[in-house]
Design a protein around this ligand. Sequence first.
Ligand code: FAD
Length: 450
Amino acid sequence: MRRIHEASAYDTTVWPPSHWRASAPAAVPLPALSTATRAEVAVIGAGYAGLSAALTLARRHGATVAVLEAGQPGWGASGRNGGFCCLGGAMLSDAAIVARVGTGGARDFRDFQHRAVERVAEILQKHAIDARQGPEGDLCIAHSRRAFAALQRSAETRRTLYGENSELIPPEALAERGLLGAGFHGAELNATGFPIHPLIYAEGLARLALAAGVRIFGDTPVVSIQRDGEGWRLTTPEGQVHARRVLIATNGYSSEDLPDWLGGRTLPARSQIMMTRPLTRTERRAQGFTTPIMSYDTRDLLHYFRHLPDGRFLFGMRGGVTAHPAEAARTSALLRDHFARMFPAWAAVEAETEWSGFICLTGSSAPYIGPVPGADGLYAALGWHGNGVAAATLGGELAAGLIAGAPTAIPALMRQPPRRFPLPALRRVALRAAYVWKGLMDGPMPRAPH
Ligand SMILES: Cc1cc2nc3c(=O)[nH]c(=O)nc-3n(C[C@H](O)[C@H](O)[C@H](O)COP(=O)(O)OP(=O)(O)OC[C@H]3O[C@@H](n4cnc5c(N)ncnc54)[C@H](O)[C@@H]3O)c2cc1C
């Protein structure tokens, strides 16, 4: 398997040292595939996309399904993200989406995002998965006066284009709303979305899939995909699966050659999170940031943050461009530094855990759900651009419908196969340059506290 990052980033024998792993009930590891077997559909990857596709294929379409996961369900981004179940999925402005797929296409994609959030809420509620962690809504916090003006304009665009209403919170109202941080210049409150415990959700989906008859094999990396008669043969270290149809749901952990078509079309980018010890009420008040609503800022290189019900505070941002230990140490120090600059009253608060993982960017800056061109029976569902809690869940369901041959309306934006990045060998260099450029555009961070 050819991968873009260092091998250590894909070592599935180790769970990331996340708060989520530490606080989720222990799951029984699923055994590896050790024989040759058959299934109507094989799914590669047991994150939200793969699990929700497998569950839908088995339950709604009556298919026999085998899921092959290099680690254990939720080992990838699905078990280590920020738990923001929110709108999103592409890295494109509304105007760029309209330019690509027209107003109708943009509305279809927005409708997909709303339905995706509702779908997660429904799954959690219907199956009593105890993953919800806070109230509805999300807050976008302006990091400058200019950014607040831009927020007002984009709220207006979304009102016209999608009929969405949001509340703009001017700078002078931030204190009474419990939204004080250094360099906060107003905010927008959107009604959609809610925070979750991401790993409890991923493991809940895995349990539902198992109960629906899906076979999930843990510690089972697929090392090759080959044509075999009418279908495909997937080879793993100790076994093989023959399947008529295959779904690739490997997102930020994809290989360049699984299948070759993927080469150069995705760019796994690191996102990193720190989790503080529980803050006391007095500490929370001292900073003035007390809202239980999940929040992020308007920077291109955004920060995302939220209080957990037990008082811990989650703070996340982009990670390094490589998985080299020296770079990891540098970005870890940067994470701590940005936290202290934005929330100076907590500058000395200890972080209990810190971890990172890969999100998946595509050459088209949009997700893809569809067939692998020229490879009958191979499908892909990936590229959620750092917003996959909801999008990968519904995206997996749509992929299942497509694979089962059921009438399935996939928004046009997600039907366009991702383009290859220009000069794919230099993707990481380009990403580093983009970070520098975006950092300059975002402007300076608030001053460091003494
Ligand atoms: C630190 C961080 C914070 C994030 N925060 C948020 C957030 O708050 N809200 C949000 O919406 N999104 C967030 N995201 C993004 C979100 O987690 C992902 O978009 C989503 O989990 C993707 O789900 P997935 O099923 O497509 O992929 P993943 O969950 O990454 O699953 C892919 C799986 O494929 C497996 N795999 C790869 N290759 C093979 C192979 N050859 N054989 C077998 N298995 C293989 C991997 O082991 C992995 O488990 C965050 C991501 C990170 C890393």
